[in-house]
Design a protein around this ligand. Structure first.
Ligand code: ADP
Ligand code: MG
Length: 394
């Protein structure tokens, strides 16, 4: 789960990570008031969307940039008016962009130096890792690709936690003066505590800045929380903004379906994450493009199968549906009944390719045959994928 920058700012404050003052607003009037309350010499108005690259983004209206400096509450109001309700396209949103429903008005600071700092899970080392760079503010992926030596990594021992010597080491590598080292060490400790206590999988600060009056501040923040740990953090779970998420995924989560929306046109319904992954691979192998990952799980009910179908059929991008079920715990006849129910209640007018194998397969096939539903059966996974790809190009 992701959160907005203004929510991240509050978490930073709570855990003692220094960050500029800021207030959120949903209307231009609120923006003006929020700006007045800050009582700051200069301000910045920032579009709140779950995507980075806002500074260099473009609004559908042609207005450039989702991050703007200004000097007065009146100007903040005008800027908010240009952003609110508009779609902002950045290199992270995709061409469809994201609607700006809120803006954050923050105190603007004079920047002497922009750095990059992140804390995330290192899956290979099985522990958290700090990633830092002197090259903050710009596209960190490009820095990593073009000048990988400028990316510093420091693993954190899961049992010992973050150690003071690590703060000194990183501080030196980032070129901080000895008196900055103390501030940086405090910031790292606070950030690490926030990361662990909140079950984050990523906290990224880009940029972390040194101001001209020599303060160290987190100017931007991206958070990622481990969804499987959210039950331990009801106050964080409340920060979820479904309007920022893929509507297909929001709907799927209501039915406890493991669904990830993708860009292709072959809707997939599979049981088991591994089989779902290989189904996507084999579709690609035969020149097609999956519209989603969907693992209906080992113990899916008929109702879940029907709902899964509804999501696939409701996706305008989906031009064919491939059902690939290996009945182990899940029985083929349950899936068949789900397909029949869905086909009867929904108007499926796209090709449906079904491959069933395993427990109760005979009963499942019989149910499908007798239902009179138009579908193509496949003998194995390759056959199914080829038929699905062919049904679209036909
Ligand atoms: P994004 O990464 O989505 O483009 P940022 O929050 O990083 O958004 O803002 C883009 C740039 O705007 C920053 O790199 C920084 O130079 C400037 N900026 C952001 N917040 C402030 C602030 N509070 N004061 C001064 N400059 C800021
Ligand atoms: Mg940024």
């Amino acid at each position: 789960m992701n959160i907005h920058e203004y929510q991240a700012r509050e978490l930073f404050e709570r855990f003692g990570v220094p960050t500029p003052k800021g207030n959120v607003a949903a209307t231009p009037e609120e923006a003006e008031k929020a700006a007045s309350r800050l009582n700051a010499k200069s301000l910045v108005v920032k579009a709140q969307i779950h995507a980075g690259g806002r500074g260099k983004g473009t609004f559908e209206s042609g207005f450039q940039g989702g991050v703007h400096l200004c000097a007065s509450p009146g100007e903040a109001r005008d800027l908010a008016e240009k952003m609110l309700g508009q779609t902002l396209v950045t290199h992270q949103t995709g061409p469809e962009g994201k609607t700006v429903n809120k803006v954050m008005i923050a105190e603007s600071v004079d920047i002497a130096n922009e750095l990059y700092l992140a804390l995330l899970m290192d899956r290979e080392q099985e522990c958290p890792v700090i990633v830092a760079s002197t090259e903050g503010g710009m596209d960190i992926e490009r820095v990593a690709a073009e000048t990988p030596d400028k990316i510093i990594r420091e693993n954190i021992h899961p049992a010992l936690g973050f150690q003071p010597y690590q703060a000194r080491k990183l501080s030196k590598l980032l070129g901080f003066s000895p008196d900055k080292m103390r501030d940086f060490g405090k910031l790292l400790h606070a950030l690490h505590r926030l990361f662990i206590d909140s079950d984050c999988s990523l906290v990224e600060i880009n940029p972390l800045v040194v101001t001209t009056d020599d303060r160290l501040l987190a100017l931007d923040a991206k958070f990622n929380f481990d969804d499987n740990a959210l039950f331990r953090h009801p106050t964080i779970a409340e920060l979820r903004d479904p309007s920022e998420e893929d509507p297909r995924e929001v709907e799927a989560s209501e039915f406890d379906l493991n669904y990830i929306g993708l860009e292709g046109n072959i809707g997939c319904m599979v049981n088991g994450a591994g089989l779902a992954m290989s189904t996507m691979d084999i579709i690609k192998h035969f020149g097609g493009d999956p519209a989603n990952f969907l693992d209906v799980g080992g113990g899916a009910t008929e109702e879940q199968v029907t709902n899964a179908f509804r999501i696939l059929v409701g996706d305008p991008k989906v031009k064919a549906i491939l059902v690939n079920i290996f009945g182990g715990i899940m029985k083929c006849d349950i899936i068949a009944q789900g397909i029949i129910n869905a086909a009867k209640s929904l108007d499926i007018n796209i090709p449906l390719i079904v491959r069933l194998e395993g427990t109760n397969v005979k009963k499942g096939r019989q149910l499908l045959d007798e239902s009179g539903i138009a579908l193509t059966t496949a003998t194995d996974l390759s056959d199914a994928a080829q038929k699905a790809v062919a049904s679209i190009s036909a």
